[in-house]
Design a protein around this ligand. Structure first.
Ligand code: PLP
Length: 380
């Protein structure tokens, strides 16, 4: 019969995907569901980006791309970051950048320190690559952020990476420049520990955002920045992300990528280049819309009796479960079954007792979802 590899032990389809599939099934059965569970902007990919992809395809950019990324896109990313193209790898989404970094660097038992709540894929990616996720609890009382003392206490001789996410999925937390510098001061004392800073929500910040390398330039020679076009330019389906880091690390990641995908889709890379080099005013417009939605959702949830802090970035809120139904997955099931609203339980992000609601949806859906949540909580 079929036998799964040991490296898959404990690894299943992410709970977010399972919820999306349940929503699709309920809708197919005729149910009226408000899904606030997925992390992708509802805006369309900008027209000039789609046109650039069309032109690239017609112009014959349909062959195997260079493994590390097309020279034009690599150069554009490098120029914006003030580095050389040798410091840049383009992959099939930020997700593959992270996976490639772990595959390229982790030996069995190597440790990766990260924070809970975390984006669902982090811990499983580390495990798939043979590493050990070391997850540090960062509750709301500390702004869902890692403290220097926690970091110091968690570092061992096996620690390879500190994995940070700013702005964060699922909490929206953004590390200030001073907070990054305080973490950097700990890492100064531990030169064997490298840093991954996942900054994919950089352009969705409602307070000043400081990139890790700008706050701690002295650690640039052991930092990998992860970014991409998915969230900022509404391009989740194009699957383009990139890593910026020291050339030897990038070279090792390119070696992994060469054996797994041969590089990211050439047409999608032309589209990403158009997104980066075209008009940027849409970033400002879309951020303003997300900010308005954030305020709507935070006010609505608190009014409904779900304690919810206002996030500094990204497009998620991470409220607490209602006191009358404190177990997060119980409440999510109840909400879906009785009110037709899909949220994701906090346990999917390593922190139970919370819910994640994505506000990357039209205001009408948010308003309908909030009204249903308020009725469901009142009826508990
Ligand atoms: N990093 C974080 C924190 C995310 O939330 C996501 C997507 O949900 C990704 C990375 C993956 O982005 P991409 O679509 O570029 O693979």
């Amino acid at each position: 019969g079929f036998r799964r590899a040991g490296r898959l032990d404990g690894i299943e389809l992410s709970e977010i995907v399972q919820i999306s599939e349940r929503v699709a099934q309920l809708r197919a059965d005729g149910a009226d569901i408000v899904a606030l569970s997925t992390g992708e902007p509802d805006f369309p990919t900008p027209t000039h980006v789609i046109e650039a992809a069309h032109r690239a395809a017609l112009a014959g950019q349909t062959r195997y791309p260079a493994t590390a990324g097309t020279p034009a896109l690599r150069a554009a990313i490098a120029a914006e970051a003030g580095v050389e193209p040798a410091n840049v790898i383009v992959s099939t989404g930020a997700k593959q950048v992270l996976a490639g970094a772990f595959l390229a660097t982790l030996d069995p038992g190597d440790e990766v320190i990260t924070t809970a709540p975390f984006w669902t894929s982090y811990a499983d990616m580390v495990r798939l690559a043979g590493g050990v996720p070391v997850v540090l609890d960062c509750p709301g009382a500390q702004g869902f952020k890692l403290t220097p003392a926690q970091l110091e206490a968690a570092i061992t001789s096996r620690t390879r990476w500190l994995l940070l996410n700013t702005p964060s999925n699922p909490t929206g937390a953004i590390y200030s420049e001073a907070e990054l510098q305080a973490l950097g001061a700990v890492l100064d004392r531990h030169p064997h520990v490298w840093v991954i800073s996942d900054e994919i929500y950089q352009h969705l910040a409602y307070v000043p955002f400081t990139p890790f390398v700008q706050a701690v330039p002295t650690l640039a020679d052991r930092t990998l920045i992860v970014n991409g076009v998915s969230k900022a330019y509404s391009m989740t389906g194009w699957r383009i992300g990139w890593g910026i880091g020291p050339a030897p690390l990038i070279k090792a990641m390119v070696a992994v990528q060469g054996q797994i995908t041969s590089g990211a889709c050439s047409i999608a890379q032309a589209a990403a280049l158009a997104a980066l080099s075209g008009p940027q005013d849409l970033l400002v417009e879309r951020r303003a819309e997300m900010l308005a939605r954030r305020d709507l959702v935070v006010a609505g949830l608190n009014a409904a009796g779900l304690e919810c802090a206002s996030p500094d970035g990204a497009f998620y809120v991470f409220p607490k479960t209602p006191a009358r139904m404190p177990v997060d997955h119980d409440f999510c099931h109840h909400l879906l079954d009785t009110a037709g609203v899909a949220l994701v339980p906090g346990r999917a992000f390593g922190m139970s007792g919370h819910l994640r609601l994505s506000f990357a949806y039209a205001r009408q859906s948010l308003e309908e979802g909030l009204a249903r949540i308020a009725r469901a909580v009142a009826a508990l």
